[in-house]
Unconditional design. Structure first.
Length: 584
């Protein structure tokens, strides 16, 4: 194409790319069959912004970033979601009676003519990257908006009028085209969640809307969806039930199921939970990536001294190790990493979980089934007859489970489990409240470890910053002069992090080793505050101290650590800097 060749020469003349690199990109494009403009970016010769800014200059057009523009709602309504998605453009504004549209392929004259023909009006063209066009289309119209429009058009062609009240409570749509579109929409929603590194999808019906939210890095974000989605809530839920092998006719009782999904080369376990509400069934889908679950201890982000301490705990021949923290704090991932470290031909490992998160090669795993009476207590009793060396209990919830875990550790087994407490010392109080005798806790506990996940500063937009002196003084009792030249970083917000300044999470830990002094306090029924104070005297680092080290090294921010550790009580814990410990 002459225009394409001229643009390639323009890339060289405008110093976006060298002649040698252009020739390498041409060779790779011929070999792979990909567009040269994509190959240039894939090889790292230029960024998308550089390439498409050059394309705009070559075509003598403006270059825009639509996601950062305030696009009026009346402008968005002038173009249907189905049309914008099909032709790959997005309306951004109006100028002198013309509709301004952003495209990523301004050299395609046929595309521009088709847009003018369908819109039946004058258009002005500006250039944007394909990623920006896609992102803005989803933001304007919602995820799967084009699919929803196809359903509505199909219904209109059949003379069907959608009654939102009936559809939201109701029945099968009874049309193969509509059913196929619901399947496509559900797949689009799940794929969008996976691409966004989402851990949970929340589909929540209300009287006048169906709200969809993604939990990303522990924070809920509302997902833009087309208003028409409310009318197809029942059909969407039915599709999810079919995928999870649930009873689609049962709408009055909670149901739980599982979907095994593959997207690209990655496999995912989708845990589905459905609850009845007055406005329809609400759905939660927990997304578990097998790639992220199978982590080694080295990949969890332990600091070197913490890793050595934790490995010394799990290599004890018998006793109990508890990992504590709220739901979603990565406790199971940590325990699986410990099992992978211990797993070998010379050890028999059995687990009892609710549910089994992932199948571990070489490990015998059991799933509790409360409806038939198979609970953690019964499972633990049965496990002991199979001569295990290491036992993992998904969660200690009651006295019977705690008693069986302690009895197992007393008979020479290493028991790993989780407990819901705010800090490591709180595990003693929690077990005592369940009815476990303190002398049994003291004689069996190896360690208790509290865990949280803090968001990482985005590596793309993170930049050095100076922390707020007032926050340092009020929350940590230190000054900027005292903390010295730490590597403090803050994210400005970019497309990679959804303009939050954070992307990904890293764990912080509080490890309480049951030394003789801690055991003595346990037997004397001392409070968790006293136990924590003694552990601090012996060198334990609190959650906030662990979080501070992440802040000081530039991995997270003070605000994030304070948010995550707000429920963790501090008892005179020192904040460590590069060379000294400053008391808080």
């Amino acid at each position: 194409m002459p225009g394409q060749r001229s643009f390639e020469r323009f890339l060289v003349s405008s110093e976006v790319i060298t002649e040698d690199r252009l020739e390498r990109a041409r060779t790779e494009a011929r070999r792979s069959g990909a567009a040269l403009i994509d190959v240039v970016q894939q090889l790292g010769f230029a960024t998308a912004d550089q390439v498409f800014q050059a394309l705009a200059a070559f075509c003598e057009l403006g270059y825009v970033v639509p996601s950062k523009m305030e696009i009026p709602e009346e402008v968005a309504r002038k173009v249907s979601a189905r049309f914008a998605t099909h032709y790959g453009f997005v309306p951004v504004t109006e100028h002198n009676g013309a509709l301004v549209v952003a495209v990523s392929d301004p050299l395609n004259a046929q595309l521009l003519d088709d847009i003018r023909l369908v819109l039946k009006r004058r258009i002005e063209v500006v250039v944007a990257t394909p990623e920006e066009v896609t992102r803005t289309t989803k933001a304007l119209y919602g995820v799967g908006a084009d699919t929803m429009e196809k359903i509505l058009i199909s219904e209109e062609s059949h003379g069907v009028v959608v009654n939102l009240a009936e559809t939201s409570t109701g029945a099968d749509l009874g049309d193969e085209n509509i059913d196929a579109s619901i399947i496509k929409f559900t797949n689009e929603l799940i794929l969008e969640a996976i691409n966004s590194d989402c851990t949970d999808i929340h589909i929540e019906p209300f009287e006048d809307q169906l709200r969809v939210r993604f939990r990303i890095d522990g924070i809920l974000h509302q997902v833009p969806t087309p208003p028409s989605i409310r009318g197809f809530q029942a059909a969407i839920v039915s599709r999810i039930k079919i995928m999870a092998n649930l009873n689609i006719a049962e709408k009055r009782l909670p149901q739980d199921g599982k979907i095994l999904a593959r997207f690209g080369e990655n496999q995912y376990d989708l845990r589905v939970s459905i609850l009845p509400t007055p406005h329809g069934e609400t759905v939660n889908i927990r997304i578990l990536s097998r790639a992220s679950m199978f982590l080694t201890l080295d990949q969890l982000g332990f600091l070197p001294e913490d890793l050595r301490k934790f490995e010394s705990f799990i290599h004890k021949p018998h006793g109990i190790i508890l990992v504590t923290g709220p739901t979603g704090s990565g406790k199971t991932t940590t325990l699986y990493a410990a099992l992978s470290k211990l797993n070998g031909l010379d050890r028999k490992i059995i687990t009892i979980e609710d549910p089994i998160e992932y199948q571990l090669r070489g490990v015998t795993q059991m799933q509790v089934l409360p409806r038939i009476g198979f609970d953690f207590g019964m499972g633990l009793r049965s496990m002991l007859r199979h001569d295990p060396d290491i036992m993992l209990v998904g969660e200690i919830r009651d006295y019977e489970t705690a008693e069986m875990a302690i009895r197992s550790s007393l008979t020479g087994h290493l028991v790993l489990s989780t407990l819901h407490t705010n800090d490591a010392a709180g595990a003693v109080t929690r077990l005592t409240d369940m009815g476990v005798e303190p002398f049994l806790i003291a004689s069996t506990m190896i360690a208790s470890m509290a865990q949280r996940l803090v968001r990482r500063v985005c590596k793309v937009c993170g930049a050095p910053c100076t922390p707020n002196p007032e926050v340092l003084r009020e929350e940590f009792g230190v000054t900027l002069e005292e903390v010295g030249s730490g590597n403090f970083v803050r994210g400005a917000g970019c497309d990679a992090c959804r303009h939050t300044g954070y992307r990904g999470r890293i764990a912080i830990y509080e490890m309480l080793a049951f030394t003789n002094e801690v055991k003595e306090l346990t037997v004397r029924r001392c409070s968790s505050v006293e136990i924590k104070r003694k552990a601090l005297e012996q060198g334990m680092k609190t959650l906030r101290m662990s979080g501070w080290r992440r802040v000081y090294s530039g991995m997270s921010t003070i605000e994030e650590v304070l948010r995550v550790t707000a429920d963790a009580e501090t008892v005179g814990a020192p904040v460590e800097t590069g060379d000294a410990a400053i008391p808080v």
